[in-house]
Design a protein. Structure first.
Ligand SMILES: Nc1ncnc2c1ncn2[C@@H]1O[C@H](COP(=O)(O)OP(=O)(O)OP(=O)(O)O)[C@@H](O)[C@H]1O
Length: 482
């Protein structure tokens, strides 16, 4: 099948009266270039439940003019039309449905993020995609527009957009990473794991807690450190693509397999492979990985003979794998093989106020250097307090993003109004029931944060009669002093 895919362009495909422009980009494409296609899929950012009257109208007009043409609508459910990550993820998943077809993409309509997504997918998915744009006739002195193919060579590292495969040699304890008090013991354990060659390790932790960095650390302090560290994000990929990327394929394994291709296990040979989001792999991939873990053998797609590899596997997940095993969606035998040893990273919220404050200060310094800002950004006490209160469900990554944001938008001392709305209007306290003790504890924490750990000032501000009462409360509530 030969398919044309495009977003429709609200501004250019419709006139000011919201009627379809007969010389708009979509109609022009049909008038001059559509003939050889089997189907046109027109995309909208809207959700199917809400519908899209503009798209309906455009499809009706095309159908009226070209009765024999197959034009289908696709609701992509995109919340933010300039959120590149969201658009790319949805577009990738969508394109993979057409992995066996010839896909021509009409590149012009859409926001810059939409265009960039097409570009990245074309480069990285390894599908039969071509990108086209049109030039209106008036610009080339002709009546008819021109159809121009954007010729960009596809990447020699396919799938890099979805499977973030990185072969990196980062400094282990470089100054751009904070091994804070609560994770020091975890890093100590990791060092012991690293020194026991080949033992498989499962890292647990919510997104953004630093699982990948920990996996890199295991690699760096092991005797495999001179070989590759390969990181693979296993989620969002169909079996056959993940299988061919992990294990490689032989010439002729499928139509486009023109020559043998090594997989990521081969690239990691002698080194370490980090399988992120392991809880997301299918039953089929679980079976394939089990074979690697049991016998250190891989079977490339289309091959008849297995090949030995020497790779340490470090896997990570935020999912409850035991519960998945109980529910029958994850194999017990694979689980036991993966979790020979386990490390668990705490959420940022569980790390206490002192540590959270350290993270804020750490990022103030790190980002200043990265952005080459002349001065370190100052935060008012209220801002510190708000940041410490905020639960940061996205963990260290989210805090880092917020701090980056502040560096981008502020050049003076950061005030409350400079904070993102979500932080400004959210209290970190998510309890559903009211408790006097918890409220008192919160108050003490807030006062201590505000007065940067000065107990006398915090005590006076709250109104305790004596500093001894205040100190005994700190002890009772096990509050850490920064
Ligand atoms: N202790 C830390 N010091 C400095 N930066 C950190 C720390 N922990 C996490 N980060 C930063 O947070 C971001 C997320 O870290 P990382 O990718 O290692 O987390 P993850 O748990 O693997 O996330 P995910 O599961 O979403 O892939 C990175 O930018 C990382 O540099």
């Amino acid at each position: 099948m030969k398919i044309l895919i495009s977003w429709y362009a609200k501004n250019n495909d419709f006139d000011k009266d919201k009627e379809v422009k007969l010389d708009g980009p979509t109609m022009a494409f049909h008038d001059y270039f559509f003939e050889n296609y089997d189907e046109h899929i027109l995309l909208t950012t809207r959700d199917a439940n809400d519908g899209d009257p503009f798209l309906d109208k455009l499809v009706r007009v095309i159908a009226k003019k070209y009765k024999e043409r197959k034009v289908n609508k696709r609701y992509m459910n995109i919340a933010d039309v300039i959120d590149f990550q969201e658009i790319k993820t949805k577009v990738e998943t969508f394109l993979l449905e057409y992995a066996n077809d010839e896909i021509d993409i009409f590149f012009s309509p859409g926001t810059s993020s939409m265009q960039l997504s097409w570009f990245v997918c074309h480069q990285s998915l390894g599908l039969k995609t071509r990108l086209f744009q049109t030039r209106e006739g008036k610009f080339s002195g002709k009546k008819a527009p021109d159809l121009l193919e954007l010729t960009i060579d596809q990447s020699s590292v396919p799938m890099s957009a979805i499977i973030s495969e990185q072969i990196q040699q980062k400094d282990t304890f470089s100054t751009d990473y904070l091994v804070s008090e609560s994770i020091k013991p975890i890093y100590e354990k990791a060092r012991l794991i690293a020194q026991t060659d080949k033992v498989t390790c499962l890292i647990r932790g919510e997104s953004g807690t630093g699982k990948e960095h920990l996996a890199q650390y295991i690699h760096k302090v092991s005797n495999r450190c001179t070989k590759a560290f390969v990181s693979v994000n296993c989620s969002a990929l169909g079996d056959s693509i993940l299988e061919s990327r992990l294990f490689g394929y032989v010439k002729g394994a499928f139509t486009d397999a023109k020559e043998d291709k090594k997989g990521l296990f081969d690239e990691a040979n002698g080194g370490t492979i980090f399988l992120d989001e392991i809880g997301d792999i299918s039953a089929f991939m679980q079976q394939s990985l089990l074979r690697v873990l049991q016998s250190s053998e891989i079977l490339p797609l289309g091959a008849t003979k297995v090949r030995k590899v020497d790779v340490r596997i470090v896997a990570a997940t935020h999912k409850d794998l035991e519960a998945m095993c109980e529910a029958g969606t994850f194999r017990w035998d694979l689980y036991y093989r993966l979790s020979v040893v386990e490390l668990s990273l705490p959420m940022l919220q569980e790390r206490g106020i002192t540590e959270k404050r350290n993270f804020i200060d750490f990022f103030l310094e790190k980002i200043q250097k990265e952005m080459k800002k002349p001065k370190r950004l100052k935060l008012s006490n209220e801002v510190y307090q708000k940041l410490i209160d905020y639960p940061f469900k996205g963990n260290v990554r989210e805090l880092e993003n917020v701090m980056t944001n502040l560096y981008v938008f502020c050049d003076k001392e950061v005030q409350l109004q400079d904070l993102p709305r979500k932080i400004l209007h959210k209290s970190g306290n998510n309890r559903s029931s009211f408790s006097l003790k918890e409220t008192e504890k919160d108050l003490i924490i807030k006062a201590l944060t505000f007065y940067k750990g000065n107990q006398a000032k915090a005590c006076e501000a709250i109104g305790y009669r004596s500093i001894n009462t205040f100190k005994s409360k700190i002890k009772e509530y096990e509050i850490e002093i920064g």
